[in-house]
Ligand binder design. Structure first.
Ligand code: SF4
Ligand code: SF4
Ligand code: FES
Length: 763
């Protein structure tokens, strides 16, 4: 427990850890000290003076150095002659603070009066209106009238693009510096700055391209006024018109907790997502998210979403069909087939993948399974997901606890491009809390900035390198110092599968598991493997489906569920495709079945660190599209199954009974929340209005194999094959790599990275 400091705020005693600032200490007592520039996730700067309070400390006799007491024996407080900023003043033993005196109230009125001298009367049209700290604090603490002349207001540009995703209204900016500090201190993208002085001071971007950061949207959340707005939400809706649903981002292995704000559109007559915002989960994304998660949602209402089943007619054309005809045709083909390959994408929720696997195991018979079977696409991460699960980080591991004494080893992965919010969290562990970072890669990534040791190998050689280096850690001059790693409090190994084929990626994962065992960290709660999977539910889908054998070249029927334009699907006489869009692959199918997106249904995802999380329906179903689990169940029933699942929750009940590690999880358990610090929420004056409370659940990480009884860690070396040409040609991870979803977001389309391109690092 950190050293506690005792102080009194408005006559009430509180004990808080040493180093706490007065604003936070007051918040512990439920006392809101109004702030603008202070934000608990940023370093305090004391720029706005909104948080002025009276501060006193115990009077000390200069002669005796003793604390002075009055006749009644009470400590005499020496009040500072001027008000102090509560956001930069740290607490001290015996301190007294007054937040509700006339002097404090006058100071707040004055600060607001000054701020409003040059703030436009934009509230009726401002995006922040209704959830604006400046509005709230003016109502709560501001003067009834202003002594300043309205006509003397400063007039500045109101629609300044800071890049193509974020706009600045210069008149509304109150120069709190939150946006600059977020970019500098949290994202480490130094792309914003103050320009000019005094009343001419303004925010500018100086990067090329402008506002070059994957995290730019977060500045619009923490901006305490409506100065920063997003390109797709500005002037589009008022906060009170929006419905909100708690969800989980479906686009990378982090599993950021998000809120989907929706509204009925008169233009289209249907509901649309208007904006995506983070919801607080200190275990996962704190209060942040990346721009892909925030802006890619437009695919959910793309014009070309599949809306009805399609079947190939006598002329070979795909034409609209009824569900009954399409499902019956599919069931007939599956019943008659001698070999069926089921390929499922790793974006599908757990419930759907579980049912799909059951069709193959329970309904399609041994002969079919032997000849083909069940495969997860893409196959490279599927090849090592079991190792990542067995030797993964502990169920109670906390990113926030990583720091001094811990070693983070990053091998063959690009954290910022693959899992942006993990980049923020791992960077914090290194830069702010002193964890040691060792990076091994064939090229540079942003994480290299913080490495205390950098190791190199040729592209595609990660598996050979790892085997060689880890086997030779006892060597006289090893590149990897086993003694240092053994002496660490914890060893977190973050890894990717860049330029590796299935065998190479599996060999790499196995070597890294060996390192955990050899260094004595296997099974420790905060040690283990953290895979940089390509999608949101790679772990979950692999947990449901299990490892596959070699992919057959040709089968009677290929059943493709959510695979997009995957390359690794077998040739088939008859192809069934379930998807959101008529991808090139789906366009060659014989039956195409329209599926719902994550926003139109509920379910669970398992993040890359094995946290199982619920997401809730935000939009009504689109046209005739159905959840994948429903489509799979209807096909299964036509193959003889007696399934009658009414929804994802019912399937989850059977899933937890059948899938190793998931025992004990239920929807109510996943929906549990606890009080989080710092307290964030829409109604809270404290931090800025627009981060959503988490009422949907914090999820739960299931135990790694090594944490389960009966599991014995063992060292095993797998042959590390030479890199194949195909693997070497595979593009490196890029957040905005061209794909079915980003392409359909008009705001992100300009950021697309073509297949051969490597994301530019210079920021
Ligand atoms: S744009 Fe917003 S966050 Fe940035 S300095 Fe201005 S008011 Fe603060
Ligand atoms: S970091 Fe990953 S999970 Fe979080 S918002 Fe971005 S894509 Fe989504
Ligand atoms: S000076 Fe304390 S909140 Fe700005």
């Amino acid at each position: 427990m950190a050293d506690l400091v005792n102080l009194t705020i408005d006559g009430r005693l509180v004990a808080v850890p040493k180093g706490t600032v007065i604003v936070d200490a007051a918040k512990k007592l439920g006392i809101d000290i109004p702030v603008f520039c202070y934000h608990p996730k940023l370093k305090p700067v004391g720029m706005c003076r909104m948080c002025l309070v009276e501060v006193g400390t115990p009077k000390v006799d200069p002669a005796t150095k003793q604390v002075v007491k009055d006749e009644a024996g009470n400590v005499v407080i020496a009040w500072m002659p001027k008000l102090q900023t509560a956001c930069t003043t740290t607490v001290s033993e015996g301190m007294s603070v007054r937040t509700n005196t006339r002097q404090v109230a006058d100071a707040r009125e004055d600060i607001l009066e000054f701020l409003l001298t040059s703030h436009p009367l934009d509230c009726p049209i401002c995006d922040k209106g209704g959830e604006c700290p400046l509005q709230n604090l003016t109502m709560g603490y501001g003067p009834g009238v202003s002594r300043f002349d309205y006509d003397a207001k400063q007039h500045n540009d109101k629609h300044v693009p800071l890049g193509d995703l974020i706009f600045l209204d210069r008149e509304r900016c109150i120069q709190c510096g939150r946006c600059v500090r977020f970019q500098d201190d949290v994202a480490d993208d130094h792309v914003l700055q103050f320009h000019e002085r005094g009343r001419h001071m303004e925010i500018i971007t100086f990067s090329d391209p402008p506002f070059d950061s994957y995290f730019s949207g977060n500045t619009t959340d923490i901006c305490p006024v409506g100065a920063l707005t997003t390109a797709d939400f500005r002037f589009k809706a008022r906060p009170w018109e929006l419905a909100s649903a708690q969800s989980v981002c479906a686009h990378c292995p982090v599993g950021c907790n998000i809120t989907l704000n929706t509204r009925l559109e008169t233009r289209t007559g249907g509901y649309e997502i208007k904006r995506v915002m983070p919801r607080q989960n200190e275990q996962v994304n704190e209060i942040w998210m990346c721009d892909k998660g925030r802006f890619v949602h437009h695919f959910t209402r793309a014009e070309d979403r599949l809306k009805t089943p399609l079947m190939r007619d006598a002329n070979g054309q795909l034409v609209e069909a009824t569900w009954e005809d399409a499902l019956s045709r599919v069931a007939r083909e599956l019943s008659a087939a001698a070999s069926v390959a089921g390929v499922i994408g790793d974006r599908l929720p757990n419930e759907d993948a579980f049912l799909f696997a059951r069709v193959f195991r329970d309904l399609l018979g041994a002969a079919v399974q032997q000849q083909a079977g069940l495969f997860v696409s893409p196959r490279v991460p599927a090849a090592y997901a079991d190792i990542a699960r067995d030797y993964g980080i502990g169920a109670t591991a906390d990113f926030k606890a990583l720091g001094k004494g811990d070693v983070i080893l990053l091998v063959n992965g690009d954290v910022e491009e693959s899992a942006p919010v993990w980049f923020l969290r791992l960077r914090q562990a290194v830069v702010e809390r002193g964890a040691t970072l060792i990076v091994a890669h064939s090229r540079s990534t942003k994480m290299h900035r913080y490495a205390s040791q950098i190791l190199r190998y040729d592209a595609g050689q990660a598996a050979q390198w790892a085997e060689h280096v880890i086997r030779n850690t006892q060597h006289a001059t090893p590149p990897l110092d086993l003694e240092q790693i053994k002496g660490a409090r914890n060893l977190l190994i973050v890894f990717g599968d860049e330029k590796l084929n299935e065998a190479g990626a599996r060999a790499l994962a196995r070597s890294l598991a060996n390192l955990l065992i050899l260094a004595g960290h296997a099974g420790k709660a905060s040690s283990g493997l953290l895979p940089l999977y390509p999608h949101a539910n790679t772990q979950g889908v692999c947990d449901m489906v299990g490892r596959a054998g070699p992919l057959p070249e040709r089968v009677d029927v290929a059943w493709l569920v959510g695979v997009g334009d995957a390359e690794d699907v077998p040739q088939a006489a008859f192809v069934i495709a379930q998807d959101l869009f008529l991808t090139d692959l789906a366009a060659r199918a014989d039956v195409v079945l329209p599926a719902l997106s994550f926003a139109e249904r509920d379910g669970t995802f398992t993040s890359g660190d094995r946290r199982v999380q619920r997401f809730y329906r935000a939009l009504p179903p689109l046209a005739q599209a159905k959840p994948d689990w429903w489509i799979i169940q209807e096909i299964a029933r036509r193959l003889g199954a007696k399934w009658r699942y009414s929804g994802a929750e019912a399937i989850f009940g059977d899933l937890t009974a059948a899938v190793a590690g998931y025992a004990g999880l239920t929807y109510p358990v996943l929906s549990e929340t606890v009080e989080q610090w710092p307290p964030m929420g829409r109604a809270d004056l404290y931090y800025g209005g627009t981060v959503y409370d988490n009422t949907g659940g914090l999820g739960m990480r299931y135990p790694a194999g090594v944490e389960q009884t009966g599991f014995t860690p063992h060292v095993e070396w797998l042959p590390a094959p030479e890199p194949t040409v195909d693997a070497l040609r595979r593009p490196v991870p890029a957040l905005y790599r061209d794909g079915e979803l980003i392409r359909r977001s008009h705001v992100l389309a300009g950021h697309l990275i073509a297949p051969g391109e490597i994301p530019v690092l210079a920021k």
